[in-house]
Design a protein around this ligand. Structure first.
Ligand code: 3HC
Length: 284
């Protein structure tokens, strides 16, 4: 049914959605205002596709997949998109501004799906200018590997849009779980307090990062320990999302410990800056 989608934002989540869509046969126009972000996104995709290729897990050649992707800074290129994913900066102002710009460009029938992890879908739907055709589709990092997408209808979302989002999830090879528009949805509501608690255990010098992560991997069967995972997704992201969830709920389990604020001040954001709870300076 779908042939062409647009993805706004080429950061780690956006590039993961772009890659997943292209790997599943869709043409993708990948749009970002910053050329440097486009270059970073291209590199993330190249690296990930190379890993899939090495494992013999690609149904076609890498270039056949990448040929379906058009990277651009020009929002007009979304004029024939049948479905829009938005994965731009996690800020209601930035997202609203983008929706205002693209609403007249993208066909009226196209669904807007936001990958927000922490903002209210209902507020975003209002800002979208097409609230009945607006929905949340929250992916997980690394998107090409993680099997889940949370589907979050806003108060205004039409039931047909929920069905369209489910259909899109299926095309992308994801299992969809529908969830109410509540702070953190399902995964982050449970995962964020867990990661923050691990940072508190570290801060209280109960154990080293290695001990905490080994304990959780071997004792609870998670693929990555909580501190490894925070380094992977970004210490700043966990801090930011935790604070948003705390502001919305006033529930202290979402309040990040001070050690994370200090790490952010030091630039220790995890893998992306070469240091977080662990040191990556000697790793690729
Ligand atoms: N692209 C392609 N292939 C990849 C990849 C990528 N980005 N990352 C890993 N792989 C492949 C590897 O090549 C390997 O393939 P193989 O099984 O055929 O050998 C396989 O995946 C396993 O990789 P590794 O051995 O390097 O490492 P793991 O076994 O630890 O798997 C992982 C990697 C899938 C990322 C796994 O560690 C995992 O599931 N980690 C947890 C991730 C998680 O919890 N994500 C959610 C974060 S929260 C979030 O995103 C919400 C948002 O709002 C912030």
């Amino acid at each position: 049914m779908f042939k062409k989608v647009a993805v706004f934002g080429t950061g780690s989540m956006g590039s993961g959605i772009i890659q997943t869509a292209a790997m599943n046969g869709l043409k993708v126009v990948a749009i970002d205002a910053q050329p440097a972000s486009i270059e970073r996104g291209k590199k993330i995709i190249e690296k990930s596709l190379a890993r899939f290729e090495k494992k013999g897990k690609l149904a076609e050649a890498v270039n056949e997949i990448t040929d379906r992707i058009e990277f651009t800074t020009d929002i007009q290129k979304a004029s024939d998109a049948e479905f829009v994913f938005e994965a731009v900066f996690e800020d209601i102002g930035v997202k609203s501004e983008l929706y205002k710009k693209i609403n007249d460009i993208v066909p009226k029938t196209a669904v807007f799906a936001s990958n927000t992890s922490s903002l209210s879908m209902t507020e975003l739907a209002k800002a979208s200018g097409r609230s009945e055709n607006f929905i949340g589709m929250h992916f997980f990092n690394p998107v090409p590997m993680m099997k889940l997408v949370e589907i979050i209808p806003a108060l205004q979302t039409a039931s047909s849009t929920v069905e369209t989002a489910k259909e899109m999830a299926k095309i992308l090879g994801k299992t969809a779980v529908v969830c109410k528009d509540t702070p953190g949805f399902i995964v982050n509501r449970i995962l964020v307090p867990y990661m923050l608690e691990a940072a508190r255990v570290y801060d209280a010098q109960i154990a080293t990062p290695e001990q905490i992560d080994t304990a959780m991997k071997l004792g609870a069967g998670v693929p990555m320990g909580p501190l490894e995972l925070m380094d992977f997704t970004g210490v700043d992201i966990a801090y930011f999302v935790g604070n948003i969830l705390y502001d919305e709920t006033k529930d202290k389990k979402f309040l990040p410990p001070n050690i994370m604020a200090k790490m952010i001040q030091a630039g220790w954001l995890g893998r992306k800056t070469g240091k977080g709870f662990y040191d990556y300076s000697n790793k690729d």
